[in-house]
Design a protein around this ligand. Structure first.
Ligand SMILES: Nc1ncnc2c1ncn2[C@@H]1O[C@H](COP(=O)(O)OP(=O)(O)OP(=O)(O)O)[C@@H](O)[C@H]1O
Ligand SMILES: Nc1ncnc2c1ncn2[C@@H]1O[C@H](COP(=O)(O)OP(=O)(O)OP(=O)(O)O)[C@@H](O)[C@H]1O
Ligand SMILES: [Mg+2]
Ligand SMILES: [Mg+2]
Lengths: 257, 257
């Protein structure tokens, strides 16, 4: 029985892709069989990991192929416990094909249960920064919806807006939807506004904020520039240790060991 | 006859909202009657400008009200030459209502010609980080589509992907679509990767990159934290002078004076 985790937020550039890649990698290093799925038409997972060949099959077949064959879409990584399903929706017509199928908000959940549940301990999903049908599919398919929040001054406003949109999803689409927690990212302790944001978020949400805060880490930028994850690039960097700590916190908090 | 400008990109957090706000403000200070329209359900324009009251009418009426009354939707600013149409799509159902109307990709263009053309010199549009029907509407309604590109190492890959999606739009939706230019944002001359990105983008695209590069500027963050634009906050900052230079470059390059 796989635990499905997605990173969701309407705001762009907050660390969704970075978090999905590194949480998945940390689980794989910890011995859990993990699948990372990229549902963003931008295909940021492929760019950040420096995967050159364009995937022949991927997220599009996951949604649009009635005879979906898992082994044809699965892309292996250098970790034996980590596989990918990459995004192959770079053409507008492909993206629109997926959006049409995704109008059934429970579609992905059924696909995951049918094809992925028995093969993996964790399925981690990266989504685009929208409340599009694809993003809604990912939330409904998830056991844990994690909300990355960049520690900038406007973060509180964008969080309020996201929580409002999330309540709409609960009222209109699926009352069982739950947020697993808010993850503070790109925290720089020398910037006063960041400390204030952290304090305000903890005061407002308390328990539903992950203890682990991901610091701003230049090695994360460096690693993605050369197409590797930061754990491989610099194991003792604050970025690498941050995501390893997060993986441990998720395992403990939700009793998944 | 208004010149319509939109900032478009699939990647999140690259400076679309910041650029839309500051280009519009610079035009207004330069004596041009300007309207800033926020089509992003996140409503970042309102947050960044510290506008407290939630707009009663806004982007939703622009799309969904058959008896659209411009004066009921227009929000004034402290500049006599600058007005806003704010985003009032914070509920999922409101956003989906707009997306339904936006399936006619030429809808916004007609609305602009009918209601806004005669009143303004410039209409500047902020859009969400997607290729959704709303974003496509904004591109088709625009005379100039500007593509902000953050100077990070993956910028080239996300630019390639955007240009691919743009070509799809030209082939499938509107052959007259043109990109006015790429705008490099958040440039930090002390980061080697930023200099390399700049060099590569100029080599690849030459003329279609704006001469003006917007530097990384902490006053931009500070200004949005207190809900003002950076031109007001700190006129001699690199952020303020950057966007004023950009406004002048747009006026000269496209002979709009
Ligand atoms: N902790 C960090 N420290 C420094 N840079 C970071 C950190 N996390 C992410 N970044 C950088 O910030 C940028 C945005 O991150 P990322 O692409 O993961 O965000 P996103 O939310 O997935 O964006 P999008 O909305 O486009 O999907 C990237 O350049 C990434 O390398
Ligand atoms: N030149 C700059 N220097 C420093 N910070 C900047 C600069 N431009 C934008 N920012 C900051 O970067 C963050 C992202 O910018 P912005 O919200 O304008 O991007 P966006 O592309 O509109 O994001 P979204 O994809 O969510 O719509 C904001 O916190 C903003 O204040
Ligand atoms: Mg991403
Ligand atoms: Mg924005």
């Amino acid at each position: 029985m796989a635990t499905v985790i997605s990173f969701s937020s309407q705001k762009g550039g907050v660390g969704k892709t970075t978090s999905a890649i590194h949480l998945a990698t940390a689980f794989a290093l910890g011995g859990y069989k993990t699948l990372l799925v990229d549902l963003d038409p931008q295909g940021s997972v492929q760019s950040a990991l420096g995967i050159r060949e364009h995937p022949v099959q991927g997220a599009r077949e996951l949604f649009c192929d009635p005879n979906f064959e898992f082994d044809a879409v699965r892309v292996g990584s250098e970790h034996k416990n980590l596989d990918y399903i990459l995004s192959n929706m770079s053409h507008l017509t492909e993206e629109q094909e997926v959006v049409r199928v995704a109008s059934d908000y429970h579609f992905l959940r059924e696909r995951v249960e049918e094809h992925l549940d028995a093969r993996y301990d964790f399925v981690v999903i990266d989504v685009p920064p929208t409340t599009s049908p694809v993003s809604i599919n990912a939330m409904i398919a998830s056991d844990l919806v994690m909300v990355p929040l960049q520690c900038e001054a406007l973060a509180i406003k964008s969080l309020k807006r996201f929580l409002l949109a999330f309540r709409d999803l609960q009222n209109n689409i699926d009352p069982n939807l739950r947020i697993a927690g808010v993850l503070l990212t790109m925290f720089n302790r020398n910037i006063r506004a960041h400390q204030q944001v952290c304090k305000q978020v903890y005061q407002a949400l308390g328990e539903s904020v992950f203890q682990t805060i991901i610091p701003e880490c230049s090695y994360i930028l460096e690693a993605s520039a050369i197409g590797v994850d930061v754990i491989k690039r610099r194991l003792n960097s604050v970025g690498a240790t941050g995501y390893i700590r997060l993986a441990n916190e998720v395992l403990d908090r939700f009793e998944l060991r």
